[in-house]
Structures are given as structure tokens and as C-alpha cells.
Design a protein around this ligand. Structure first.
Ligand SMILES: NC(=O)c1ccc[n+]([C@@H]2O[C@H](COP(=O)([O-])OP(=O)(O)OC[C@H]3O[C@@H](n4cnc5c(N)ncnc54)[C@H](OP(=O)(O)O)[C@@H]3O)[C@@H](O)[C@H]2O)c1
Length: 248
């Protein structure tokens, strides 16, 4: 088969960026999306240096016109969409339930949940046309556990996992696989914002069996695997990549 055509949301930093680099190193054609044109152009140059064909599309996943355009431009440029990585996410405004509001709820769910729904709607449309495809949604170990002080984010990631499994069942006979990757604490800008201090970060690292944070590159390797032909009989699955944090 030709090199896969891969679309990644929220690809300008952290896990999404590492996934873009990992796919590019394997020779994939990569469309990276995000909200900042200059950073997008820089990333495209970096990916092309690996010999990949790469494009940037400015897309906010909360906006259906942006999402439709990111999928349509991928298909117009490369002829099809093979792999989609729905990575864009926000930690929202962590804090106790008494501090939450309709605004903090919407700000979190609009990106983490509506963004995934809109993205899959248009990705599945493109994949059904050719009868195959592979989607991975980036959840969290908090997508199947509770976490004090993070109720809204936790709820949004629980939603991502339920939606992932439901869409996997809907489209399995169309030749489309839908899975989730659930990172444990991974050393990115989001974790730095979420924890607030190096001491809090160290506490999370200590909660893993391996006693350390994950690297974006380790998450990227799991994303590449679960979307690849090597995972051809896996669908509706949530893959923890968490240094054993959720292993009892
Ligand atoms: N790091 C962890 O410990 C951890 C653990 C579990 C799950 N996760 C999940 O992993 C994914 C990647 O996060 P990360 O850790 O790599 O953090 P990150 O570096 O903050 O990456 C999040 C990316 O999403 C983009 N984004 C946010 N809202 C968006 C929107 N409405 N439209 C388009 N892009 C948007 C951000 O772009 P801007 O720069 O424009 O804001 C950013 O590039 C997220 O879904 C997160 O929930 C992370």
C-alpha cells in the first residue's frame, strides 16, 4: 500500500507534535492542524525534512466549518484519508466542583468532546467513501478513573471513551477501526499547567509503577501502532500508556 495519509488535530505541541514527527519519520503523508499559522508552517518544514509530504491546516476543533475543511483539504491534497488522530484537548480549569460553572464546563467539553464528535463525523464520512480507515482518539487514564479536583476534565474524557466505543461499533463493518489511547502523566505543556508546580508533577510521576512521567515520543509510538496494519483486529479498545499507573 502507498504511505498512509494521516490527519492529526492539535498537532503543534506535545503528544500531537510527537505523533506528527513519528508518522513523518515512517514516510507517511501528514496533515497537521492547529490554531497558529506560524507554528504550523514551522512544523511542516520540520516534517518535510524527514522526507514526508506535509501540510498545515488551521482548524479549531470546536468549529464544524474548520473541521469539515480540514478533512476536505486532506482528501483534496492527498486523494484520501487513512488515519486520523484526534488529539486536540484542554485541561480546562481544574479545581473543586464548587468552582465550576457553565463556562468552565463548556470550555472543556467543547474542545474535548464536541471536537472529537465533529472530527469523527467528517473523518468517517471520508473513510466510508473508500471503505477503510483507522481513527484514534486521545483520552486519558482519567477517562476511566476519578480524580479529585479534575471532575470536568475527567467527565470529558469519560465521554471520549464512550463515544469511541460506540462509533467503533457503528463503523466496524465499513472497514474503519476506532480506538483510544489513554496517556498517563506525560511531560507536556498541559501537564505543567495542570500540576502547577514541579513538586506536584513529581507526585504524579511517583504514582506510576515505573516511577516516572511518560514522554510524548512514547505516546506517539503507541498511536502509530494502534492505527497501523499491525493492529488490524483491534477496534473499540482503550490502550493505557501510563507506566503501569492503572495496573492493580
Ligand atoms: N500530558 C498529559 O499528561 C496527558 C494525560 C492524559 C491525556 N492527555 C491528552 O493528550 C492530548 C494532548 O495533550 P498534550 O499533553 O500534548 O498537551 P498540549 O501540548 O497542551 O497539547 C494540546 C494541543 O491541543 C490544541 N488545542 C486545544 N484546544 C484546541 C482547539 N479547540 N482546536 C484545536 N486545537 C486545540 C493545543 O493548541 P494551542 O496551543 O492552540 O492551545 C495544543 O497544541 C490531549 O487530548 C490531552 O487531554 C495528556
Amino acid at each position: 500500500m502507498d504511505q498512509p495519509v494521516v490527519l492529526i488535530t492539535g498537532a503543534l505541541t506535545g503528544i500531537g507534535r510527537a505523533a506528527a514527527v513519528a508518522f513523518a519519520k515512517k514516510g507517511a503523508n501528514v496533515v497537521v492542524t492547529g490554531r497558529r499559522d506560524e507554528a504550523g508552517s514551522e512544523l511542516v518544514e520540520e516534517l518535510r525534512a524527514f522526507g514526508a509530504q506535509a501540510e498545515f491546516v488551521n482548524a479549531d476543533v470546536r468549529n464544524e466549518d474548520d473541521v469539515r475543511a480540514m478533512v476536505d483539504r486532506t482528501v483534496a491534497r492527498f486523494g484520501r484519508l487513512d488515519v486520523a488522530v484526534n488529539n486536540a484537548g484542554t485541561e480546562g480549569q481544574p479545581g473543586p466542583i464548587t468552582d465550576q460553572s457553565a463556562e468552565t464546563f463548556n470550555a472543556t467539553f467543547d474542545t474535548n468532546v464536541l471536537g472529537v464528535v465533529l472530527s469523527m463525523k467528517h473523518q468517517v464520512r471520508a473513510m466510508q467513501e473508500k471503505g477503510s480507515g483507522s481513527i484514534v482518539n486521545i483520552s486519558s487514564t482519567y477517562g476511566h478513573e476519578g480524580a479529585a479536583g479534575a471532575s470536568v476534565y475527567v467527565g470529558s474524557k469519560h465521554a471520549v471513551e464512550g463515544i469511541t466505543k460506540s462509533v467503533a461499533l457503528e463503523v466496524a463493518k465499513d472497514g474503519i477501526r476506532v480506538n483510544a489511547v489513554a496517556p498517563g502523566p506525560t511531560d507536556t505543556g498541559m501537564l505543567t499547567r495542570f500540576t502547577g508546580t514541579p513538586e506536584n508533577k513529581a507526585v504524579l510521576a511517583a504514582e506510576t509503577a515505573m516511577g516516572r512521567l511518560g514522554l510524548s515520543e512514547e505516546l506517539a509510538d503507541a498511536i502509530v501502532f494502534i492505527t497501523s496494519a499491525e493492529a488490524s483486529y483491534i477496534t473499540g479498545h482503550v490502550l493505557n500508556v501510563d507506566g503501569g499507573m492503572t495496573t492493580n
